[in-house]
Design a protein around this ligand. Structure first.
Ligand code: 4AD
Ligand code: MG
Length: 461
């Protein structure tokens, strides 16, 4: 059977030939003697036009098919040089595979993204979400391609873990339900405290610590998996379940880390622009005008870089009315991040060397004893997309830092041993996968780039 993708890719092969297609009706209109169906078969962003005439034995039935009915079409692909599409299919036979009904929610009009979230199971049938989720798939592939081509080892870090990799206490705690022994109707008797693993465990907030263990054997590794955060932020950029890419590189410092992040971002943007042309043109026209030009500039120019201290001065001198006032020592808020990347640099920019108090325990202390070798990558439209650092490789300094942060060195015994047995300087970062998709598509809410989003008070599907 032919697909719409193969027809667009290899038109000459199919022109004036008999073809067979199967797909769903996106739009349909007809007059007394003939009708048009826009068919999509999922293989390609664009539809193909099917022309059907009253000669078809089931003409009356086809004409009345509700949107999203699935059909099989036999016919001839004919050139239409005067029309918008370069070709159409003249149907000789249309078989109905699955009926839809007249109350199909995606009628031919614009729906708000808020509404679309209430029908997440149907979202991929709309242009916008179909484009988003294909870009999501291609981006995942591009990320693997980038790291694999450079010899990085892909490591699967655990989802269930006893350690809090960020030391921020924003974890989902696990409990067990032993329903074999208790009738499930009697919920009061369920022992929620029974620890399956013999200790308290959580869903992972980051695979970094385990990735460090593997980097100190393979030199260059990366993770790519789901992570979970119980932060109570109901924003357009935070989800409770999101995916993160975490490369970790040994014998490398903050400069090497920034170089890797910049090369990776450019690689994936380029890959998506080359391999999702139709989708990117759609975003450029309907979601974010100027998107393609902006991304092309990103690929062709160097990222900016300033220190946290410089950023604070810059924000203080900006004359902007920020909701959160800025002084040295405070964490940068989204409004500050966006000011720096959108108004000052107008391109991706690294902010480095943050105060140690506002960053995680594992970041390497700088000479000044006040800042750590951290890096955040900020991009216009989204804000922070990457967070990373050079890691503290000095055993005594790290131990001290863990204690200062109110954590128990015992809990991190294996992490500390990495410094004891041939530790080296090393660095790494985490790219928020959804934020990368937002950046490349122009979509402005994280809920709209996750197939079935999990955010505060929302897990319906
Ligand atoms: O800055 P974060 O918290 O860094 C880490 O987790 C480190 N362990 C990474 C590392 O060095 N290996 O998170 C990294 C990125 C953020 O920059 C952001 O893009 C994304 O993960 N992120 C979120 N994305 C969606 N929803 C959330 N709740 C997110 N929290 C972080
Ligand atoms: Mg961060």
């Amino acid at each position: 059977k032919t697909t719409i993708k193969s027809i667009y890719n290899d038109t000459d092969k199919y022109l004036n030939q008999q073809i067979e297609l199967e797909g769903w009706i996106r739009t349909s209109r007809s007059s007394k003697t003939f009708g048009f169906i826009e068919l999509n078969d999922g293989t390609f962003f664009k539809n193909i036009q099917i022309v059907f005439e009253e000669g078809l034995e089931n003409f009356k039935e086809i004409e009345k098919l509700p949107l999203s009915s699935s059909i099989k079409v036999k016919g001839t692909l004919i050139p239409t040089p005067e029309a918008k599409q370069p070709f159409e299919v003249k149907a000789s036979e249309i078989e109905i595979e699955g009926y839809s009904t007249a109350d199909y929610p995606l009628q031919k009009k614009r729906h708000t993204f808020e509404y679309m979230r209430t029908i997440a199971h149907l979202r991929p049938r709309s242009n916008t979400f179909n484009a988003v989720f294909r870009v999501r798939s291609l981006t995942a592939y591009a990320i693997h391609k980038f790291f694999q081509e450079r010899g990085f080892v892909y490591v699967h870090t655990p989802i269930i873990t006893a350690s809090d990799a960020e030391g921020a206490g924003e974890m989902f705690r696990l409990t067990t339900l032993d329903l074999h022994n208790i009738p499930y109707t009697n919920e009061k008797e369920i022992d929620f405290t029974k620890d399956f693993f013999g200790k308290e465990t959580n869903l992972t907030v980051s695979g970094q610590l385990e990735a460090e263990a593997f980097a100190l054997s393979y030199k260059n590794v990366y993770t790519f998996g789901p992570t979970f955060r119980a932060e109570n932020s109901n924003t357009a950029r935070h989800a409770a379940e999101f995916w993160m890419i975490e490369p970790e590189i040994a014998f490398a410092d903050l400069q090497d880390n920034m170089q890797l992040a910049e090369d990776m971002m450019k690689f994936i943007i380029k890959y998506v622009m080359e391999n999702a042309k139709e989708e990117m043109e759609f975003f450029n026209s309907f979601i974010d005008k100027g998107l393609i030009e902006r991304l092309e500039n990103v690929v062709n120019s160097d990222f900016g870089c300033i220190t946290y201290t410089e950023a604070v001065e810059l924000l203080q001198k900006s004359g902007e009315e920020f909701q959160y006032p800025v002084e040295w020592g405070v964490d940068l808020q989204t409004e500050h991040e966006r000011y720096i990347s959108e108004k000052v640099f107008k391109k991706p920019v690294f902010v480095i060397n943050y105060p140690k108090e506002i960053k995680a325990f594992y970041m390497r202390m700088n000479e000044d004893n006040k800042t750590v070798a951290a890096m955040d990558l900020l991009v216009p439209g989204v804000g922070e997309i990457i967070g990373g650092s050079q890691r503290e490789e000095r055993l005594d300094v790290l131990e001290q830092k863990i204690i200062e942060n109110g954590m128990d060195p015992e809990d991190y015994w294996w992490y500390l041993e990495l410094r004891k047995y041939g530790g080296t300087k090393h660095a790494g970062y985490g790219l928020g996968f959804e934020r990368a998709i937002m950046y490349m598509t122009g979509m402005s809410n994280i809920r709209d780039v996750i197939p079935f989003p999990r955010t505060v008070k929302s897990a319906e599907f």
